[in-house]
Design a protein around this ligand. Structure first.
Ligand code: SF4
Length: 378
């Protein structure tokens, strides 16, 4: 299934949900947005996981300078460039303005203000201590109240608990998919599609897992295997094709739509009818060590996690993994730590390519050359 098919299937899915009277709530694609609250309110969470191109980036320049990250530029372009295969975004009823980073806030505010999508606010503190957890709870209560106002009634705690269980199950399946040995481009498409359709895609995930467990012994693909860390590869991006054309295969996605998302599982044993389910979401925020927002010692966690993946994989397959650190141009979150990440991992004998790029087509040749050169070194 290619990107256009996924988008047109998703467009039909959203239209059906709208006909059922559901509201669609959009937000930019990073972690910490509590989809369970949106789901428990009876609404559809729509995560913006769409990559860009020259036209989409250029279409944002009336609103933000070109020195904004390419992903935020393109996310604005998705609304300003018409007609496009993203017309389903016209179905959005609300847009959450959150503060993962400056580009995220600016793009979300612009999308809400200039494309007339009413905004919902949800801010997350940049520290992690007792006070920031209390603040996080206030923000959760506030978001819950904003959603309750839209639906015209309270969200019962029971419904929120059920949504937490449903998303837990969904994330467990996604973790399994991320750990399966399959072609990286196929794995990426499955994960991208799952993140659009959410838990409605659980049965498909279970079927895929079953099929792959029955076949595909490890080492069957003759490739140079890689971990992709840093920024996600979003829908409609050609980067994974360039990696595969150069002889590489991404075996693990350590990104926002990969491990950062699917590792955020709340322990089922803690989901107790007597406890306030909002506290479970707070605990998850507290325990999250993989996201790049408000995680103390984030870089140290990241380095030791990649080291572990590298050694486990070598033990299992005898193969050495390379690491591609994908940096969307002007993404400060990822670029600011890239030199340190590379030095630390290379000192441990793990090869790293810091690959910075925007979405312009003109970059394709240069990116290919850099990836091919890296593959030669592995
Ligand atoms: S700067 Fe990075 S973290 Fe922020 S919106 Fe852009 S890609 Fe995401």
């Amino acid at each position: 299934m290619d990107d256009l098919e996924i988008l047109s299937e998703y467009s039909l899915y959203l239209k059906e949900k709208k006909e059922e009277g559901k509201k669609v709530i959009g937000f930019i694609a990073h972690d910490n947005i509590p989809e369970e609250l949106i789901d428990a309110a009876g609404f559809i969470p729509l995560r913006m996981i769409f990559a860009g191109n020259d036209d989409l980036m250029n279409a944002s320049h009336d609103y933000l300078p070109p020195s904004t990250c390419a992903f935020a530029q393109s996310s604005i372009g998705l609304f300003s460039l018409k007609p496009s295969q993203f017309n389903f975004l016209d179905l959005l009823d609300y847009f959450i303005v959150s503060n993962h980073c400056v580009s995220d806030i600016c793009a979300s505010e612009i999308i809400s203000k200039y494309f007339n999508i009413p905004r919902l606010n949800f801010y997350i503190s940049y520290t992690k201590n007792d006070n920031s957890l209390k603040y996080f709870k206030l923000e959760l209560i506030d978001l819950k109240q904003q959603l309750e106002k839209i639906r015209g009634s309270e969200i019962p705690s029971k419904d929120l608990r059920e949504s937490i269980l449903k998303y837990n199950k969904f994330k467990k399946r996604l973790l399994e998919i991320n750990n399966l040995y399959m072609k990286g481009s196929k794995k990426l498409k499955i994960i991208q599609k799952a993140l659009l359709f959410g838990p409605d895609f659980i049965q498909d995930l279970e079927q895929i897992i079953q099929e792959y467990k029955e076949k595909s012994p490890i080492n069957q693909i003759n490739s140079k295997d890689l971990v992709l860390t840093g920024c996600s590869i979003f829908i409609n991006d050609y980067l994974i094709d360039l990696i595969e054309e150069a002889g590489g295969n991404v075996v693990f996605l350590d990104t926002w739509i990969g491990n950062h998302y699917s590792s955020q599982i709340i322990d089922d044993k803690l989901i107790d009818a007597k406890k306030d389910p909002l506290n479970l979401i707070i605990k998850r925020f507290h325990d999250n060590i993989y996201g790049d927002h408000s995680v103390p010692n984030y870089l140290e966690f990241k380095i030791s996690q990649i080291e572990k993946i590298y050694h486990d994989y070598k033990l299992k397959t005898g193969k050495k993994l390379g690491v591609i650190n994908h940096i969307i141009k002007f993404c400060d979150h990822i670029s600011i730590m890239s030199a340190h990440l590379k030095n630390q991992l290379q000192e441990k004998g793990i090869r790293v390519l810091n690959l910075e790029r925007d979405y312009s087509r003109a970059n394709r040749g240069q990116l290919s050359t850099r990836i091919e050169a890296f593959m030669e070194m592995l």
